[in-house]
Ligand binder design. Structure first.
Ligand code: RP5
Length: 169
């Protein structure tokens, strides 16, 4: 199946952080591909890939990078498709460097930035974008939210019972 989402990470060292985004896409049955491509280390290959992917029908780019995290912005400069930026927590600055590198784009070239290491949310945002034009996916996303709401509500049910460590006094 032709991929709808291209997941790109700046280094193979980002893989474990990115994996939950890919898992979400798989859970929702969204066709995807994932690649290691670097804005700095492989600029030509990055540009070639993005242009080809857009031409082949990729609808959303999900780009993860850490440190001087320019990958999402560079990809956004190369395509008019929506780009989701996933800041990866680096070794030295706790991910704030990655977050600010990705979120503070110049006017005219937006990147939808999620939280540091928030790969699941990045995947869910990609699903929400695709659901705009896909009724089945829209229904699956609504079911997901309903199940999530049930879990949250039931997780607080024992709070009123002192025997289980709930409300006191
Ligand atoms: C970024 O630099 C990558 O996205 C990664 O998060 C970080 C470190 O890369 P490696 O030195 O581990 O390849 O480009």
């Amino acid at each position: 199946m032709q991929p709808s989402v291209a997941v790109i990470m700046g280094s193979a060292s980002d893989r474990d952080v990115v994996a939950p985004a890919v898992a979400v896409l798989d859970e929702f049955g969204v066709a995807r591909q994932w690649r290691v491509l670097s804005a700095h280390r492989t600029p030509d290959a990055t540009a070639t890939f993005v242009r080809q992917a857009e031409a082949e029908g990729v609808r959303v780019f999900l780009c993860a990078a850490g440190g001087a995290a320019h990958l999402p912005g560079v990809v956004a400069a190369l395509t008019v498709r929506p780009v989701i930026g996933l800041p990866v927590r680096g070794a030295s600055l706790g991910g704030l460097d990655s977050l600010l590198s990705i979120v503070q784009m110049p006017p005219g070239v937006p990147v939808a930035t999620v939280g540091v290491d928030a790969a699941r949310n990045a995947g869910l945002l990609a699903v929400a974008i695709l659901a705009l034009g896909d009724e089945e996916l829209d229904a699956r996303l609504r079911q997901f939210r309903a199940r999530q709401a049930e879990r949250v509500l039931s997780s607080g049910q024992d709070l009123e019972h002192p025997a289980t460590g709930g409300a006191r006094g």
